[in-house]
Design a protein around this ligand. Structure first.
Ligand SMILES: Nc1ncnc2c1ncn2[C@@H]1O[C@H](COP(=O)(O)OP(=O)(O)OP(=O)(O)O)[C@@H](O)[C@H]1O
Length: 284
């Protein structure tokens, strides 16, 4: 399903939160990246029909976002914060949310859906006993209960350990094979590893929309590795955008974002999406 956003604007009072956003994406996973307060959640809530726009238009294929009831049948939404009834089991939770959406599932169908999110073995567990990652996976099963064409997920891997992050990422990649998935996150690596395209929002403006490959290419030649003595690192920190610093005994290994070579001893290294993202945000 193709999602088209045209000249979208959102104001809260006099504050412009989204500034004339134009964006199109379809099947596969599309990443949404941006610093705190950029407007990602606002955009996602408008796309999910939970918040009204000030102006502009959004189409799901030919259906306008204003047709709330119709749109809600074709999208699944996993918000940043959500909670379940603590004494419901995993099974009962999915059954309950299915019935809220007027979907009748038999036992096998519920267990099949729990299998997709690898929770079938603990279907009798109460939700209060689940780990953060398990809750997030149950949240995805709930968002997918109506078998939607579009899945919108806000920070699905925040706070998860590496193993759970990989699991959730792989799950979203599977959905992305046939559905349109919008993944909003702060974690550039999650987007680099799972998305074919991405958009970057900053202060309510769309500052990039394209493939992950293209944006990384734009940062080639800008990322440097420099090993300095402990006492010398501060001058580089003051002068350059330092993406990371790793201490190794009396040396510090700096990852520097700079158009010019920061030192004769610096080596040019391959950029990651995080480097490319920082280059754009910091306007290097
Ligand atoms: N109900 C509201 N009333 C007024 N301003 C709001 C409201 N909700 C959000 N904002 C403002 O809109 C801007 C964008 O917020 P939003 O939550 O969409 O950003 P975000 O990119 O999702 O940030 P984060 O990554 O921190 O979740 C912020 O400046 C925020 O203060």
């Amino acid at each position: 399903m193709k999602i088209q956003i045209k000249e979208l604007e959102k104001y809260y009072g006099a504050n412009k939160i989204l500034d004339r956003i134009n964006l199109t994406f379809d099947e596969g996973i599309h990443g949404l990246l941006g610093p705190n307060g950029a407007g990602k959640t606002t955009l996602i809530r408008i796309l999910s029909t939970l918040l009204s726009k000030t102006s502009g238009e959004i189409y799901y294929d030919n259906l306008k976002v204003d047709n709330k009831e119709e749109i809600r049948k074709i999208i699944g939404y996993l918000p940043q914060e959500f909670s379940f009834y603590p004494n419901f089991t995993v099974y009962e939770t999915l059954d309950y949310f299915a019935s809220l959406s007027n979907i009748k599932l038999n036992k096998k169908e519920i267990l099949d859906r729990l299998e997709i999110v690898h929770l079938q073995d603990i279907y009798k567990a109460k939700t209060k006993t689940l780990s953060g990652g398990m809750k997030r996976r149950l949240g995805i099963a709930v968002a997918m209960v109506g078998n939607p064409e579009v899945l919108i997920v806000d920070e699905p891997t925040a706070g998860l350990d590496p193993e759970e992050r990989i699991r959730v990422r792989n799950m979203l990649s599977d959905f992305g094979k046939t559905k349109t998935v919008l993944l909003s996150t702060h974690i550039a690596q999650d987007i680099q590893l799972s998305c074919k395209s991405l958009s970057i929002l900053n202060k309510g403006k769309l500052i990039y929309s394209g493939t992950v490959k293209e944006i990384i290419k734009e940062a080639e030649g800008y990322v440097w590795n420099l090993n300095v003595d402990f006492g010398d690192s501060e001058q580089y920190m003051d002068k350059y955008n330092v993406i990371s610093s790793i201490t190794d005994e009396d040396k510090i290994s700096l990852r520097i974002l700079s158009k010019e070579k920061p030192s004769l001893n610096a080596n040019n290294i391959s950029p990651t999406l995080e480097d490319a993202y920082m280059k754009l945000i910091k306007e290097v």
